[in-house]
Ligand binder design. Structure first.
Ligand code: C2O
Length: 576
């Protein structure tokens, strides 16, 4: 089925080539060694009326599809997506996991690399999937719109190159999401204005379907029909908004073969955990009795005292020959705070081959990540200070809550415009203490953060090691930290405070990822070479934490020569 669509998109080549030529004269983009095709997609941001959970709502979508259209490509292909915004909201699209070599302008986060595309406007994203293949995804990157604006980005190996495992009989995309019966842009405004936490999602969804555990959803369920004895590859995508999630299939084993678009050594497990921003390819063999089995997703919540949706979402893994309406065998999910289940999966992730990990380090960084409560400064505390102990909730890196400016940081940096950001983000915390256990847990102790649009500047080519350290301020929590424009080697992680004396690193076959779930009350160590110039957002992929400021922008300077220099901005860059 996937292949059929792939072939279809070759029809666009001619059109796309014409388009590319015209475009190149305008943009003068750096040229990649040719070999890939160019694929053109038309993305219209449009409202769609959907009937879910017993009520009808208008949701924001791409091309009135929920989940959105799948972008298919092959390694080294050029992707051109024309985005036209036909909704009243601002919009942008981020290509999550795409390294955007020399194409930072097309990365997509609002106010970081571009101004949002306003109602009635268009913008064309253009990038090359340089040396990338696997399961990635795209999502909106304005306010909380990505709750419904997301879809898969599937990159096949080059023609003639096979997978490093036996070809599955079929492949299926399985996107884990959250459904909200609310206007998501309004919701973000309301939540941040309240100073308190976010309400819980109305449902979890698998490919947009809540499944039979929810009201009015008996038939709103995703299903995969399987042939007994065959092996299937599921391309799992974590597109959740404010939650992390377990995924399992009743009576079946999952063999992980790829994580975040990079092959891994096969690792077999009963269940996996996906934070928002994670993708995992798993192989499943239909080797059980003929029947209908549940594929289930349920909450992973490592923070204390945070409410969450507790109804699990079910889809069917249904054997050919099973009685059509048979009861599905229930899938045992771990309990919501099973940190060990999460660690077990992480321990199993090893890159397939010997990894090219930087051994020498030029830039050592240490970022704390966690929550804060700021003092109430409002005259109407009942409305605006609904956080812990009557304070205002915040989140931070190195105790800086990131404020998104009203202008594109990349543009301001490129044009040497002052005033939109500063370059003083500290490379390590201003104060070292027992981050996990010694944190002051309630105001009026010092739990506040500083606000600012602080960036960290990196020299081109610097070999970076970054320690991410969870803090216990308010509560410890597993934070899925995502870096735009790069994958990084996850060389180590552990619980408690990072201790260079005792920490052990895997410099041989660590996984190469774009999102790392930093263990609850623990740390993770990552390494990458800063070889892609631009402004790269790094943030917690739990949207509420991003709204609260758990983010930083890394500026990677140009190197020398055209292949180390960010090209000019496209001429159709939106204005703020
Ligand atoms: Cu998938 Cu900045 O995000």
């Amino acid at each position: 089925m996937a292949m059929a669509k792939l072939v279809n998109s070759f029809n666009y080549i001619l059109l796309s080539l014409l388009f590319l030529c015209a475009n190149n004269m305008l943009h003068s983009m750096a040229q990649w060694p040719k070999g890939g095709s160019t694929r053109f997609y038309d993305f219209k941001v449009q409202m769609l009326k959907v009937n879910k959970l017993c009520s009808t709502r208008d949701i924001v979508t791409i091309n009135q599809m929920y989940p959105g259209p799948v972008v298919y490509a092959q390694e080294d292909d050029r992707i051109i997506v024309k985005l036209t915004n036909e909704t009243p909201y601002n919009a942008t699209i981020h290509w999550h996991g795409v390294r955007q070599m020399l194409s930072c302008w097309s990365d997509g986060p609002s106010y970081i690399t571009q101004c949002p595309v306003q109602s009635g406007q268009t913008f064309t994203y253009e990038f090359t999937l340089v040396k990338q293949k696997g399961t990635l995804f795209w999502h909106a990157h304005f306010s909380w719109l990505r709750a419904t604006v997301y879809g898969a980005l599937i990159v096949y190996p080059k023609t003639g190159v096979s997978y490093p495992f036996k070809y599955p009989y079929e492949e299926h995309i399985v996107i884990l999401g959250e459904y909200w019966q609310r206007d998501l842009v309004q919701l973000e405004k309301n939540v941040t204005a309240s100073g308190g936490g976010a309400p819980v999602a109305d449902a979890y969804t698998i490919n947009g379907h809540p499944g039979p555990n929810y009201n009015c959803s008996i038939n709103d369920v995703y299903k995969i029909n399987v042939v007994p004895g065959k092996t299937y590859m599921l391309r799992l995508i974590g597109a959740l908004l404010n939650m992390e999630s377990f995924f399992t299939i009743a009576n079946h084993k999952l063999t992980i073969v790829e994580a975040d678009g990079e092959y891994t050594k096969p690792f077999t497990t009963d269940r996996v955990m996906l934070g928002p921003g994670h993708t995992l390819n798993v192989l499943v063999t239909a080797n059980q009795k003929i029947g209908r089995y549940s594929m289930a997703m349920g909450p992973y919540m490592s923070a204390k005292n945070v409410p969450f949706q507790n109804i699990t979402s079910i889809a069917y893994f249904q054997y050919l020959g099973a009685t059509p309406n048979s009861i599905a065998l229930p899938a045992p999910l771990p309990i919501f705070n099973d940190n060990l289940a999460v660690k077990t999966v992480m321990d199993g992730l090893r890159s397939l081959d010997i990894a090219d990990v930087p051994k020498e380090i030029d830039t050592n960084l240490f970022f704390t990540i966690g929550l804060n409560v700021n003092k109430c400064g409002s005259k109407t505390p009942n409305q605006n200070c609904q956080g812990v102990n009557g304070g205002v909730m915040a989140a931070s890196m190195n105790n800086n809550s990131f404020i998104r400016p009203n202008f594109s940081i990349l543009r301001a940096y490129y044009d040497h415009i002052n005033g939109d950001f500063t370059e003083d983000f500290p490379g390590s915390p201003l104060r070292f203490y027992d981050f996990v256990n010694g944190a002051p847990n309630s105001p009026p102790n010092n739990t506040g953060s500083m606000n600012g649009t602080r960036t960290k500047v990196l020299e081109f080519g610097s070999r970076v090691q970054l320690i991410l350290q969870d803090t216990g301020t308010i509560t410890t929590e597993n934070h899925p930290i995502h870096l735009h424009g790069y994958s990084f080697y996850v060389i180590g992680y552990g619980s408690g405070n990072y201790n260079p004396q005792t920490a052990t690193f895997n410099l041989v076959d660590p996984p190469y990822m774009n999102t790392i779930g930093v263990p609850v009350g623990g740390w993770a160590a990552i390494r990458f070479v800063a070889d892609n110039p631009g402004v790269w957002f790094m943030h917690c992929h739990l949207e509420i934490h991003l709204s609260w400021g758990l983010a930083v922008a890394l500026i990677v300077k140009n190197g020398q020569g055209p292949m180390e220099t960010l090209p000019h901005p496209p001429s159709d860059m939106p204005r703020c």
